[in-house]
Design a protein around this ligand. Sequence first.
Ligand code: ADP
Ligand code: MG
Length: 701
Amino acid sequence: MNPNFLQTPIPYLKGVGPNRADTLKAELGIETYRDLLHLFPNRYLDRTQYYKIAQLQPSGADVQVVGKIIHLKTVEQKRGKRLVATFVDETGQMELVWFRGHKWIRENLKINEPYVVFGRISKYGNTFSMPHPEMELLSEHQQGVKIAMQPIYPSTEKLMAKGITNRVVGKMMQQLFIESKGQFPESLSNSILEELRLISKSEALFNIHFPKNQDLLAKAQFRLKFEELFYVQLQLISKKLLRKQKIKGMPFEAVGEKFTGFFENHLPFQLTKAQKRVIKEIRNDLGSNAQMNRLLQGDVGSGKTIVALMCMLLAIDNGFQACLMAPTEILASQHYTGLKELLGNMDVKMALLTGSTKKSERTLLHNQLENGNLNILVGTHAVLEDKVQFKNLGLAIVDEQHRFGVAQRSKLWHKNEIPPHVLVMTATPIPRTLAMSLYGDLDVSVIDELPPGRKAIKTVHRFDSNRLKVFRFIKDEITKGRQIYVVYPLIQESEALDYKDLMDGYESIIRDFPQPEYQISIVHGKMKPADKDYEMERFVKGETQIMVATTVIEVGVNVPNASVMIIESAERFGLSQLHQLRGRVGRGAEQSFCILMTGHKLSEEAKTRLQTMVRTNDGFEIAEVDLKLRGPGDLMGTQQSGMLNLKIADIVKDNQILKTARYHAIQLLKEDPRLEKEENIPIRKAYSRMMQNKTIWNYIS
Ligand code: ADP
Ligand code: MG
């Protein structure tokens, strides 16, 4: 085959042409033969099975049902419109639902004509519904070719509108296989193919598009998933190796007076086993010649601060400065106060730098940093400003990583000739599998144990109709001297409505908790920072008993006397957010509570989230459930999901394959770090193509 065959622009394929090519590019990013070849089916239809509506189960499986639409209506909702069709067969009725593309659907759907609908079944209340079903008139369906396992390709409304249906995509794929004679270059080494008994690339591609049978389909999927994950891991691991070789760190060899002095005389409690283990891991890194780039994960309250402090002392012992950055002023100053308290009378010079540090103080501080009189700088983003220069920054710690972008982190590197060691701390537990893929180039430490003697937070789910009882409970807690958070969701797309909810809620609380007996703070995103801080301060100082807020309090605020967290419209929060919010209480000696308020109408997924919160306080367990419910892309937000842009593998479901892939990538780089061996040439070729391009699949074959 011509080696450039797969680069051929897609309009050259028989049956495509410039119009279709434009649509394919816009909708699916397909520009070349290679792109088309790697458009993998989402699933395969078993078109031998038809279900009756009465037989349906809320299993989440895809099913095929024959029936008619008898009614079509638009439902206006707080969160946007949806189009709902009532679909019936002789055994019952269900709903078909569309959230987008209403106009097209309204114009094209036929009422009272038999359709075959296909899609995933979910259940709301007592009604089964099928969101965005695939639809085909029964008459057309019967004429179509019946393949036992029909591939279903990703599609969009635009593609459908332009007539690029699933059948058309299937035809293009056939044409591609005819032109290529089904021969594609191998992209794995023989030894990996043999060891894992993988089928060849050509066989795999054939069977992913035209499965001969279940068994071959499974083999094709396994091989392609393995390959995809293998290349992701290869990339991550080589990046890490490169960093370790190329970027020299500053070795912290000595364990000196500060570290030991603190450990022996100032440690207010025994470290947990997990804290000890993590400190050891970090010390190993710091003692080596390579620059550390480590992620420290530990649930809220697991005691990351003391670990950070001890690492900073180690830096000082070795003649370096350290800095600790937090995402907000409140957090930075809480850290500053907390660290001061821990250090007691120790001779460590520490300062706080935030946006509101006065100019005169700032100048002094800059000088002290430059001449080395300051040991530790605690601050916000202000630390990253170019004016802030260190004499010799050895360690930079970033708290609550998800608020800091990668770009900001890299700014730290330019504070010195040699980049400082970097420790990123996060309280958002990331399941191990995901960490392996996202942060495969970072080292990861985990504090998986809470300090002893914590009272587990009691979490309950209450319906809005029980609000009076909840208010009575709050009053009792306030009488005992406790403080309360009431949190409202704030989601960008429906901001106006959300503020209305918040203000309505605030007013009803003011009615039920009248001044002067009760004092109430309110904090939301539309307030000026100074006003926010003022309200927050009042709550922190105990001058107000109730804090009504949107999610701005999500990160890090520490008010040990707050013992109740009420989350309004809890069904609208994601699991990790719920968990973060709950972590705001349970910080003192008292029993704490988290009350999840919702209405009665809840989706199955919302129910699972609420049940999970009620069942467990374990952040890692919650993160696993979250990952299963939402998938990795959503979980990490778009900016980090680049590595997760997988075409066929699924990090959650294919966890076992991921481990295998990672193992083989590590082995390969151990045995042949530069991929020079004869038998690894296919890998080297595929890999270097991939490195020239952002998407992996574009360049594997
Ligand atoms: P986070 O990991 O959320 O940043 P912190 O470092 O703020 O947690 O610690 C939470 C609380 O637990 C603090 O009050 C801290 O003093 C306390 N703490 C930390 N480690 C221990 C320990 N080993 N034993 C007892 N209390 C601890
Ligand atoms: Mg913390």
